[in-house]
Design a protein around this ligand. Structure first.
Ligand code: AVI
Length: 350
């Protein structure tokens, strides 16, 4: 409780069991950690989402550009390995931009299941995809993809591919990322995962990518405080914090911090949180992997790395994961072995 001025806590929140109360409680709990933390979900209100789009175009932010280049260069091979008639499930689909490339390259994709918490954007993106692929079954699911969600059973949802681009996996800490990869393996039900993974590299490149010269990432980081104020009625003064990107070598991650410029109290619901001058509030982790470290992480979640595609500098990789203990063959090989799953099923004696 040292992080929060207990003495200033007022009466209980008026709506402690509603959504507002639950969000406030989660924020307050992060602010009670040492160092203080907020979830990166607070980046993404309307302004934050358009700042993120700007980040993706910045000269220093190699991530999006490099992943797209890998996809462009290797798409025919990736599509051939994946095979035909897949149900593509995309956690955190957003505008589904990269997915368009994948769906365009796959042979007769059977279904597309985007999963996102931003329901309005989700249905607009789903509608666009339906228009572009009239024969594709598009089944949007409005949900937090880190929690259980139900994909319909039967055809065309049988042969599943989880598509998880963008190195979003890097925003989860080690424990959370193993949990998430295991959860997605269960959703895949014997299927595969195609995942974008950002690789460890010169820390100077990384710090520049998360602290660009034009200050867009700084604005993106500080906007999380505006978003908290607007959504939860906190009274953060963004001008009394500054953005910092730090390379944490021991954890192989970039950390985005909001550093308090002065000693201050911030009201969060019915509590006041104190910040010392120079005290950081951690707003995001972005883990960077070596090939070995990511393979170990995938293994811990029951996956094995089947194949990986990378750029000439080895800065980013697109990796195909298969269930570690699968007795079935997959993808192009699966397509040649008809019927694909019968060998593990009892004989039909009827
Ligand atoms: C969404 N995520 C993969 C981005 C990243 O690189 O970790 C978010 C981001 N934060 C700052 N710049 C971009």
């Amino acid at each position: 409780m040292a992080a929060v001025e207990r003495a200033y806590e007022l009466r209980a929140d008026a709506d402690p069991c509603g959504e507002h109360g639950a969000l406030l409680a989660a924020v307050l709990s992060g602010l009670r950690e040492q160092p203080k933390r907020i979830s990166p979900v607070w980046f993404y209100d309307e302004r934050g989402s358009s700042l993120f789009d700007e980040i993706c175009e910045l000269p220093e932010y190699y991530v999006t550009r490099t992943e797209l280049a890998i996809m462009r260069e290797h798409l025919p091979e990736i599509a051939a390995v994946l095979g035909s008639e897949l149900c593509v499930i995309e956690p955190g689909s957003g505008t589904s931009a990269k997915t368009r490339m994948l769906l365009g390259a796959l042979e007769r994709p059977a279904a597309y299941v985007p999963v996102d918490i931003a329901c309005e954007h989700l249905s607009a993106a789903a509608e666009r995809l339906r228009r572009e692929h009239p024969h594709l079954t598009v089944h949007p699911i409005c949900a937090d993809f880190t929690r259980p969600f139900a994909v319909p059973e039967g055809s065309p949802y049988d042969d599943r591919l989880i598509y998880f681009p963008g190195s979003t996996i890097g925003n989860f800490d080690r424990r959370e990322s193993v949990q998430l990869l295991s959860h997605l393996r269960r959703i895949a039900r014997g299927g595969a995962m195609l995942i974008g993974v950002d690789m460890a590299k010169d820390p100077r490149v990384l710090v520049a990518a998360y602290d660009d010269a034009a200050g867009v990432t700084a604005a993106f980081n500080l906007n999380a405080l505006e978003h908290l104020n607007q959504r939860l009625g906190t009274d953060f003064d963004p001008s009394s914090f500054h953005h910092r990107a730090v390379w944490n070598a021991a954890e192989s991650r970039i950390e985005m911090h909001l550093v308090s410029r002065c000693r201050q109290l911030v009201r969060v619901g019915n509590a006041f949180v104190s910040f010392a001058e120079g005290e950081p509030l951690v707003s995001e982790y972005s883990h960077k992997y070596t090939p070995q470290a990511f393979a170990a992480q995938a293994r811990a979640a029951g996956w094995r790395v089947e194949q990986a595609w990378t750029d000439s500098r080895g800065w980013f990789s697109v990796q195909l994961l298969l269930p570690a203990h699968a007795s079935i063959t997959w993808g192009a090989v699966r397509d040649q072995c008809a019927p694909p799953r019968r060998e593990t099923e009892p004989l039909d004696t009827a």
